[in-house]
Design a protein around this ligand. Structure first.
Ligand SMILES: Cc1cc2nc3c(=O)[nH]c(=O)nc-3n(C[C@H](O)[C@H](O)[C@H](O)COP(=O)(O)OP(=O)(O)OC[C@H]3O[C@@H](n4cnc5c(N)ncnc54)[C@H](O)[C@@H]3O)c2cc1C
Ligand SMILES: Cc1cc2nc3c(=O)[nH]c(=O)nc-3n(C[C@H](O)[C@H](O)[C@H](O)COP(=O)(O)O)c2cc1C
Length: 592
């Protein structure tokens, strides 16, 4: 071992001992930074940038608000980078952060996504309400930056981040860099921003604070990711809806062998698909381009056909795509659509790139056309298996998107890729998207109520496989809804076996089209309101997965009614109760 001997003479050693007696932690950190500065100015930059923690008194906290884990991952990467430059960095989830600390902070980075319809992720709700509310403090010493995650296909793109940025600016805090708004294809931009931020932050003088910094709880990057997906082999694919169903749901099993990939029940798998070939052909025909034209996307030059097939989104339109197309065409009708919220929403739902080209024809060069389109984001699917039961496999439950509009049959990109364009032994590019906000309770004795409609039942298959594989027989109650008992009861035999073996205590089903009047899961919840409330009152967790627009809203409304009816609560108290359940992570949702 190479031991560094004390290089100081006796007098210097004595002075150092006298100086250090009785110093508190903040004073030690300040002195540490002072000597670090001397070291840099003496030209010894090598030691100054040595990746050791607490070598510099410059401190920064990263506050993240995430639902599916992306913001946390970016927070982790930023923390790693800053720590390697000697910054004392702490990465904290927004629901663990005490807002009263705000006024003593010097440097904060917020990394936060937007969910629902322009809402903060559950873990960021309280902070968001505080900072955008009337009781927000003045923050004159704060320097901050905001990284906002979102998806341009939503109306309120990156709203949470934008609102936090504006609130901080209003409070007198100074932005280190302007807000960064990330769409779903975010990795490169996030990485470039981390580098830029690290350089800019290095130029800011250190401000000693009374905070307690240090720990880095950043997750290490996984080997396989959205940018570097694993090629999983299809080992099974079965249509699990009946012949007479008007839905088409597939159970697909993929092998992860050799990847070392691990996941937990509640996580999702990201799938990189290709586009429906008929749509690619029709688009090329409409543009009078052959498809052989070379186009450059990021650093790659490929044919236009390949770009339209694998790299660009053509089944879905976003506001940006219409805007870019308008800028090329100058078509006033397009401007009208963009400027009218109602018209825009209507246009975005159900129209695709071919509609745009047909309804507003314009001659474009291949490269210009490619530049207008959005890069093809992977689609996420709730994992319907548990590794403790299936080992190196991952299962998904996919409802095929097909609809007819304006006289043309249309197909969702990824769901029809899985339904029509892959088969057993095909290879599919995948990665795992962690979902820390949708997890079984740590205590296996905690009762769970699982509410899902359609493919919303997928993660519950994973939950129950996990419980069965680890022989956990906690109280479990499943509510499942679909259209018809005979054709749409997904995984019926598996639930029945779980009931028989005691891993599932109860199951209630709602088949909406088996009788005159429509019956949905929320009706079953209401019918069982007394017992539901008792379960919750006794500490049960409740989970909700599936359709965001209708089902999730109706179920939440029903829960509020149950709290009022059975808990004797006012409307306000019922809302408060629901909020507390969310805050305590006892009400978890995975809706899409
Ligand atoms: C966290 C998460 C988990 C998910 N889990 C699952 C899961 O377990 N199983 C599952 O099947 N899906 C799941 N999804 C949804 C999935 O990611 C895809 O969105 C879905 O499969 C559709 O993708 P696609 O590429 O086939 O369709 P796209 O190419 O994305 O096309 C969808 C678009 O088609 C249009 N459209 C669709 N239906 C109609 C209609 N009837 N009328 C008019 N327009 C219409 C809309 O504009 C819509 O935006 C999940 C999503 C998330 C975010
Ligand atoms: C159900 C759902 C609703 C969403 N709503 C919005 C939205 O209103 N605005 C937006 O910009 N992004 C929205 N998004 C996209 C997310 O913000 C985006 O996927 C982000 O990368 C997630 O980051 P996270 O993993 O840190 O939560 C939504 C995503 C989902 C699944």
């Amino acid at each position: 071992m190479n031991i560094q001997l004390n290089p100081l003479n006796e007098q210097q050693s004595g002075a150092l001992t006298i100086l250090s007696v009785g110093l508190n932690r903040d004073q030690l950190l300040w002195i540490n930074g002072y000597f670090q500065g001397l070291l840099v100015s003496s030209g010894n930059t090598q030691s100054a940038s040595t990746p050791i923690q607490a070598k510099n008194s410059k401190q920064l906290k990263i506050l993240y608000g995430t639902h599916t884990g992306r913001s946390k991952t970016i927070a982790g990467k930023l923390a790693e980078k800053l720590a390697s430059r000697g910054v004392e960095v702490q990465s904290v989830a927004l629901d663990d952060y005490k807002t009263r600390q705000l006024s003593s902070e010097s440097n904060l980075v917020f990394i936060v996504s937007t969910h629902g319809e322009g809402e903060p992720p559950a873990m960021a709700e309280d902070f968001y309400n505080y900072i955008t509310g009337k009781r927000a403090p003045q923050l004159p010493i704060l320097k901050y930056s905001v990284v906002a995650l979102g998806d341009k296909s939503y109306k309120f793109f990156c709203k949470t981040g934008i609102d936090i940025d504006q609130a901080l600016s209003k409070s007198g805090a100074k932005a280190i860099l302007p807000i960064l708004k990330l769409d779903v294809d975010y990795e490169d931009e996030a990485e470039a921003w981390i580098n830029q931020f690290t350089s800019v932050f290095a130029e800011i003088p250190a401000t000693p604070t009374s905070e307690n910094p240090i720990a880095i709880n950043a997750p290490k990057s996984e080997q396989y990711s959205r940018k570097n997906p694993f090629k999983a082999t299809v080992i099974d694919k079965v249509k699990i809806t009946g012949r007479d169903s008007d839905k088409e749901v597939y159970h697909v099993e993929l092998s992860l062998e050799g990847s070392g990939i691990s996941y937990e029940p509640g996580d999702s798998v990201g799938i990189l698909a290709n586009n429906p070939p008929l749509l690619v052909d029709a688009i090329l025909k409409q543009t009078s381009l052959s498809g052989d034209e070379p186009v450059t996307l990021k650093e790659d030059t490929i044919s236009l056909r390949e770009a339209l097939s694998d790299r660009l989104e053509i089944t879905v339109l976003t506001r940006d795509v219409i805007q870019e197309y308008y800028e090329k065409t100058g078509n006033q009708k397009l401007q009208e659509i963009i400027e009218n919220d109602g018209q825009l929403d209507k246009y975005l739902y159900g129209h695709d790139v071919l509609d745009l080209l047909e309804e507003f024809p314009f001659k474009l060069m291949a490269q210009d056309f490619a530049c207008i389109l959005r890069s093809f984001p992977p689609r996420l699917y709730s994992i319907s298996s548990s590794q403790s039961a299936v080992g190196d496999e991952v299962h998904v439950t996919v409802a095929t998107v097909r609809y007819s509009y304006k006289g043309r049959e249309r197909a969702g990109a990824c769901s029809t890729y899985l339904a029509d364009r892959i088969d057993i032994d095909s290879q599919v590019s995948v990665f795992i998207e962690k979902n820390p906000a949708f997890k079984l309770p740590e205590n296996e004795e905690t009762p769970v109520i699982l509410v899902g409609a359609g493919t919303g039942v997928a993660p519950y298959r994973a939950f129950l496989q996990h419980r069965e594989a680890s022989n956990q027989k906690g109280k479990t109650w499943l509510f499942f809804g679909e259209r018809r008992f005979h054709s749409d009861f997904l995984y019926q035999l598996e639930w029945q076996k779980l009931l028989k073996d005691g891993y599932l205590e109860k199951i209630d089903v709602a088949f909406s089209r088996d009788q005159e009047e429509k019956v949905y899961v929320q009706h079953r919840l209401l019918e069982n309101q007394k017992e539901i409330f008792e379960w919750l009152d006794n500490g049960a967790n409740i989970y909700l997965c599936g359709d965001m627009k209708q089902m999730a809203r109706d179920v939440q409304k029903t829960l509020l009614r149950i709290f009022e009816n059975e808990g004797g609560m006012s409307e306000e108290k019922a809302l408060e109760y629901l909020k507390t359940l969310k805050k305590e992570k006892r009400f978890q949702t995975d809706v899409y």
